[in-house]
Structure formats: C-alpha cells, structure tokens
Design a protein around this ligand. Structure first.
Ligand code: CUA
Length: 339
C-alpha cells in the first residue's frame, strides 16, 4: 500500500497543483513559458522517482525472502554498490539537470519584451496593500508627464506587453499573478522591472509571494485585463477627479477622519497636504474589492472594515477612527459614491 502511495504521490501533486489553476492554466505569455518548464521538470523528475521506487520494492521483497540475516549482505556486493553510487549520484543527476538547465534558460530569455512605447505601470508594495501609479492618458511612460494613483486593482490592455516598475515602501514583498507570469521581488530602495502580457481578457488574482508580516496572506490584488478601448476608457475615468455633487458634510467627516492618509483628488485641492500614506480613494467605489482583495465591495463589508480594520486584517496600518452608527453609514455611503 505504501509503495502505491509513494508511486502515486507525484501524480497526486500534479493533480492538486493543477487545481490551483494559475500556473498550469496560464492566460499570459510569461506563464505559458513557465507551464512548459513546469511539465518538462515534472516528467524528468519522475525518472529518479520511478527508479528509486522500483529499487525500494526490490530490496523489501528480497529482505523478506531471505531468512538468513547473513545473506542480506553479500561479500561481492561492494563493487556493485560503487557502480550504483556513480550511476545514481553522478550520471543520473547530470542527465536530468542539463536538460532542465537548458529549458530553464530558454524560458527565462523567451519573455514578453518592452520598448520605449510600452505602457509603464508603477506598483509599490506596502504592508499590506499595493499602490499603483499610471501615466495619464496619452502617455505610456511614468516619467513623461502627469500620473495618477489607484490601489489594489490593476487594469491592463489585453494582448500587449505592460512594463511594471516594482518597488517597496517598507519590507520585501513579491509581485505574483500566477496566471500571467512569474514572481518578481519588490525590494526597498530598488526598482525591479517585470514585463507581463495578458493574452485573454479576464480578472486575475495577484498575491504577495514573500512573507512580509502578519497579514502577508491578506495582501492580494486583482489584475483586470481588458480590450485596449475599454482600458483607455477606464484610464480616462480614473485619471479624472472624484465625482461631483458629494455631500459637503460627508466630505468634512472624510477630511477629519480619513484625509490624513487618503486622497480624494479634486476635492481637497486647497489643503496644504495630500493624504498619500494610504491608498488613493478618488475612484474607490469603482473597485471590485476592499482591503487589497480581502472583502467584496458591499456596504456591509465596507462598514465592517472601517469599524474594525485590525479585526478584519491583523497588523495593517489603518486605525479604527471610532466611527459608528449614522457616522459610519454616512462614510460608507460617501465611499460607495466615489465611482
Ligand atoms: Cu507583502 Cu507578503
């Protein structure tokens, strides 16, 4: 039984992993390359697994049959043992690792390429959310003029490379969208670049792949890949100021309770400071999720998040500002209106 379990374990692993969808069901150019490498490594690694399993089975059967303990070690077996060590310890690893190395190098070089016209998107990791910066419409590069900020939901045009500039504001994070490409670390004091190309429209789950603190597993994001025209419409909307006609009293409350950390572009222009410590909330209501893809965008979830940030997402930097009752309901209403 144990032998069967041992032999089945790699197949089981493949089955379980394929259930994750991501890596083995890619929708991006980089992830397709990685899937090829994954299967290549899987089949090659099966060779030693099969050999070792067969050898184990032979040993077990032989030992059982041998009644005399002295027969278990034959005197002329040492030469055979040496051959086995050279074959299993030198020849086999070389035969397996060289092809893996060749395919791994080919995979690493055969990636989506960027050029000076490639859309550039800045993503900065924070404990535990993602600050996202885009060039304003009409521009492709972040350094060529106006930019705008959003958070935790990254939109990209489908079928074209997008170059991410990845940074960190505090500790090391890692940017990973399994269905689109491999991981890239976000390191304080350094900018790493990763060019990703989504080949199918859709919403993809992104995660932080480097342990970064208490809410590391709650540090997620969404990548929304959409046709070029839709993406440009989204960019136009997001670049604009917050919607008109927001309730003045609600805005006053926002300025007092939330404005130190969060910005509403176009609303508090006269203020001497900009709340850029936390996510930009100018178009918060247009996002699909709350708290870095932690809760759905519903009034109930939003109320819960504002009333008890620590309970919902342990270790995060958002304080409980003490809103409850009507004040809380008003704040939820305001945030939902920020489409
Ligand atoms: Cu950020 Cu883990």
């Amino acid at each position: 039984m144990k032998r069967i379990a041992l032999m089945a374990s790699p197949l089981l692993a493949a089955f379980v992993l394929s259930g994750c969808g991501g890596v083995l069901d890619p929708s991006g150019s980089g992830a397709e390359e990685i899937r090829g490498l994954w299967w290549w490594m899987f089949w090659l690694s099966l060779i030693p697994v099969v050999i070792v399993t067969v050898m184990l089975a032979v040993i077990v059967v032989r030992r059982r049959r041998s009644a005399d303990p002295d027969e278990r070690v034959s005197t002329d077996s040492s030469r055979r043992d040496n051959r086995l060590i050279i074959l299993g310890g030198v020849v086999l690893p070389v035969v397996i690792l060289i092809p893996v190395a060749i395919v791994a190098i080919a995979t690493a070089t055969n990636r989506p390429q960027s050029d000076p016209d490639t859309l550039e998107v800045g993503v900065t990791g924070h404990q535990y959310w993602w600050d996202v910066t885009y060039p304003a419409p009409g521009n492709q590069r972040l350094t060529n003029g106006d930019t705008f900020r959003t958070a935790n939901e990254i939109h990209v045009p489908v079928g074209t490379p997008v170059e991410f500039r990845l940074r960190s504001e505090d500790v090391i994070h890692s940017f990973w969208v399994p269905e689109l490409d491999g991981k890239m670390d976000m390191i304080p004091g350094r900018t790493n670049r990763l060019t990703i190309q989504a080949n199918e429209p859709g919403t993809y789950q992104g995660i932080c792949a480097e342990f970064c603190g208490l809410s590391h597993t709650n540090m997620r994001f969404l990548v929304v890949a959409q046709p070029e025209e839709e993406f440009e419409e989204w960019r136009e909307e997001q670049n604009g100021p917050a919607v008109d006609g927001l309730d003045e009293d609600h805005l006053e409350a926002f300025a007092d309770d939330c404005g130190v950390c969060h910005d509403l572009r176009g609303v508090f222009e006269e203020r001497s400071f900009r709340g850029d410590f936390g996510p930009d909330l100018t178009h918060f209501g247009s996002r699909r999720t709350i708290g870095a893809d932690l809760l759905p965008m519903t009034p109930e979830a939003l109320g819960r998040w504002i009333a008890d940030p620590e309970g919902v997402k342990p270790g995060n930097r958002m304080p409980d500002v003490g809103l409850e009752g009507d004040e809380l309901a008003d704040m939820v209403e305001l945030l939902e209106e920020l489409e």
